[in-house]
Design a protein around this ligand. Structure first.
Ligand code: GUN
Length: 304
């Protein structure tokens, strides 16, 4: 039986550590602060941002939720970011993605002060990360490393295969695994004989954003699978393909008309040695790492 790498206790442990740090900083008169910018009304974004603000409240961080209208321009957003860059009570700036079409997301993300870039999306932080300098690393890949380390899964010397090369997850995950001395391969849509490559993985990170993409034949028995995907399935035929015979998921689908599945087919987990479930795995770490990055940014900005 594979071991399930439950994200909840690990996220709770990290949050506990962050809360301790916040208390210690309070004794020095410092309260880390996060500005969360949520544009318009994207339901998933509203849920994520609410959770982020709530986590700040739980752990004792200051938070400021800013909600520009759907019709906001790039120029208005640049003014907002400039104001947040210069506010001393704000250590972290988070611009929730996706943004409306008329807003140039790249221009905005590049305008965030790299010292306050708690999402780790700024090219300066990407560059620092790859150069092995102190950097704010993107939260989801940082969470992947924390799950592996805190679950006692050896990374040094392991063959780690990352499926997906996004700037937000795949690339930084590969870089962080490399820094932990894994032998890293990055795969993508043009990779030849993908299954042959992924079958070489001791640690397989699935981050392509396609439901159930990693199948049984792509996994070496006993491998550790980290499933970063969060995909909502609403089509009954697609649901059947993944969850036929799974009473719990069938009940959930009947009730809500949708279920969440990762980038890994459920059958693939069965041959693994350990895996992160979706939901309940890596996703839970992302907010914990955002809190951790915000406290780190607060320290670094003050030279603590
Ligand atoms: N949208 C989905 N995930 C994220 C994230 O981690 N950060 C931001 N800013 N937006 C997102």
């Amino acid at each position: 039986m594979p071991k399930i790498l439950d994200g909840a206790p690990i996220a709770a442990q990290i949050k506990q550590e962050v809360a301790e740090e916040v208390k210690e900083l309070a004794r020095r008169g410092v309260r880390p602060g996060l500005a969360a910018v949520l544009v318009g009304h994207v339901p998933a974004s509203e849920i994520y941002v609410r959770s982020k603000v709530q986590a700040c409240e739980e752990l004792g961080l200051y938070s400021d939720l800013i909600t520009p209208p759907e019709t906001v321009t790039t120029e208005d957003m640049l003014d907002l970011i400039a104001a947040l860059n210069s506010r001393d009570d704000i250590d972290g700036i988070l611009v929730q993605l996706p943004l409306p079409k008329q807003v140039d997301a790249k221009v905005l993300l590049d305008a965030v002060d790299p010292a306050k870039d708690v999402d780790g999306f700024h090219p300066v932080n990407a560059g620092r990360l790859q150069a092995g300098r102190p950097a704010l690393a993107p939260c989801t890949p940082a969470g992947v490393i924390e799950i592996l380390k805190r679950s006692g899964i050896p990374i040094a010397g392991a063959n780690a295969v990352v499926v997906g090369r996004s700037d937000i997850v795949g690339k930084p995950a590969a870089m962080l695994l490399l820094h932990e001395n894994a032998t890293v391969t990055i795969c993508h849509s043009k990779t030849r004989d993908l299954a042959a490559v992924t079958r070489g993985a001791d640690i397989l990170v699935a981050a392509i954003g396609r439901p159930g993409f990693v199948t049984l034949e792509m996994v070496k028995p006993g491998a550790t699978i980290i499933d970063v995907g969060i995909n909502r399935v609403t089509d009954p035929a697609e649901f059947e393909k993944f969850f036929a015979g799974n009473a719990k998921r069938e009940a959930a689908f009947a009730k809500r008309g949708s279920v969440v599945i990762g980038d890994v087919h459920p059958a693939a987990f069965e041959v693994s040695g350990a895996y992160t479930p979706v939901p309940g795995g890596v996703g839970l770490l992302t907010i914990a790492m955002l809190m951790s990055n915000t406290v780190r940014a607060a320290r670094m900005r003050r030279g603590l």
